[in-house]
Ligand binder design. Sequence first.
Ligand code: SAH
Ligand code: SF4
Ligand code: F3S
Length: 465
Amino acid sequence: MNRVYIKTYGCQMNERDSEAVAAMLRDRGYSIVDSEHHADIVLLNTCSVRDQAEQKAIGKAGHLTKNKRERSDYILGIMGCMAQNRGDELVDRIPDLDLVVGTQKFHQVPDHLDNIIQSRNGLGPRPTTIVDLDEEEGSQNTIRAHLNAERKVSAFVSIMQGCNMNCAYCIVPKTRGRERSRPIDSIVEEVHELAQAGTKEITLLGQIVNLYGRDCMRRENGKSPFVRLIESVHEVPGVERIRFTSPHPVGFRKDLIEAYRDLPKLCPYIHFPMQSGNNRVLKAMKRTYTIERYRHIVDQLREMVPDMFFSTDVIVGFPGETEDEFQDTVHHFKDIAFDMAFLFKYSIRTGTEAADMEDQIPQEEKEARLQVLLDTLEGQSLKRNQSMVGSIQEILVEGQARRGDNMFMGRTPGFRKVIFPGSDRLVGELVPLRITEASTSTLRGELLLNGVEPETNVSLPSIAV
Ligand code: SAH
Ligand code: SF4
Ligand code: F3S
C-alpha cells in the first residue's frame, strides 16, 4: 500500500511542487502512479486563485472519500494553496481527510504519510487528520528534487516562493506567504543536474519572478539578482532555452530588456500579465503601474526583439469596471496584438481587498466581456500563426503528440506548439521544421533534413526520421 497519485490544480508553481513531492516520495520508497484508480494514496495539490479552482478540488475530494469508506487502508490528502487558505475549515467540511499540508510544508509529506501508515499498523498514536500549515524558514529551498525516471526535455525550476505584492483581487500572498528567494548557487546546481540528465529547456518560476532576490541580494553593476541568475543559467552547458514566468512591470528594467539582446538562449517569448488596460482599474487593483509604463516595456522588448511573442493575463469585471474602462482593455489588447492570453472573470476571494468593494459586476456582464476578449484573441492568435506558415522554425521536440500515430510535439522559440510526423529519437533534439499549416492554437510542420527543405532538394531520399 504505497502507490501514490498526485492530482494538481492551478499554476506551474503547483505543478513543480507536485513533482518535487513525487520525487521525495519515490526516494522514500513510495511508487508514483498516473491514475487515481491505481492508487492507495491520493494527494490533491490545490489552487485558490479563483472560486472555480477551489470548487473543483473540493468536489474531487468529496468524491474520493467514498474510497475511504470502501478501503480501510486508503489515504486522502489535500496540499497546497487551498489547504493553506482554508485549513481547518476543510477538515470540518471533509472530516474523512487524513492530511492537510500547506505551501511551506510540502517536504514534510513523506514523514506525514509514513506516520499515518505506521499508526494504522498499530505502531503509533491513533490517527486523526494531520494538519500542517505553519510557516517554515527556508522552505523555498526544499522544492528541489526532480523525477528523473524519463528524460525531461523541459523542466520547471522554482527560484522563489511567495509574493509581497498586494494586488487587491489576489489570494496568493495569503496562500504562499512572503517572498523568499533561493540562493543563485543552489538554483544553478539544480540546473546543472537537469542538463546532465538531458534537459534542454529551463523555465524559472516565481510569482513575480523578475523581483527574485530582492529579499536578500543587491543589484550589482546595474544588474538585478534576476538578470544575474539568468546569466548564470545561460552558462550551463546543455541548456539551450531559457524561459521564465511571471514577470511584473515593477522592477522590469533595462538590464532585463538588454538580456534579450545579450543572451541568445533567452527565448523570444514572454508571459507578461497586463490585468487591465485602464489606469483607474489598475490603480484600484493595486497593480502599481500605469498602462503607459506597461506599453513602454512592451515597446522596448519589441525594439530589442522585433518578432517577440507576447502572452498575458487579463481580469474582466473587476469591481467597478465600467464598459468604457473595459473598452480600454480591449483597445490595448488589440493594439499590443497578444499572441496568447489567459483571460479570467474576476472571482471574489474572501479576505482580499476587492472582495468588499462595492459595484461588483454581474456574472452575465463578466461573461460578455470575457467573450469579447476571447474572440479577439482567437483572431490574433490565428493571424500570428498563419504568418508563420512557410517559415522555417527551430523546434525543441518534447515528445509524442497526444493524437496521431508517429506524430510528435515541440515548440518554437516563441512558444508556439507544432505537431509534425517524426520519431522517438528526435525527442529532446532541436530540429528545423518548415511550418505548413496553422490553426489558432497549433502549427503543423514537416522536418527538414540537415536544414534543407526536402522538396527543394530532389536528390534527397524521403525524410530520414
Ligand atoms: N503573480 C502573477 C499572477 C499569479 S495568479 C502576476 O502577478 O502576474 C495568475 C493570474 O490569475 C493573475 O495574473 C490574474 O490574472 C488571475 N487572478 C488572480 N486573482 C484572481 C481573481 N480573484 N479573479 C480572477 N482572476 C484572478
Ligand atoms: Fe497575486 Fe499580484 Fe502577487 Fe501576482 S503580484 S501573485 S497577482 S498579489
Ligand atoms: Fe493557484 Fe496557488 Fe498558483 S492559488 S495560481 S496554485 S500560487
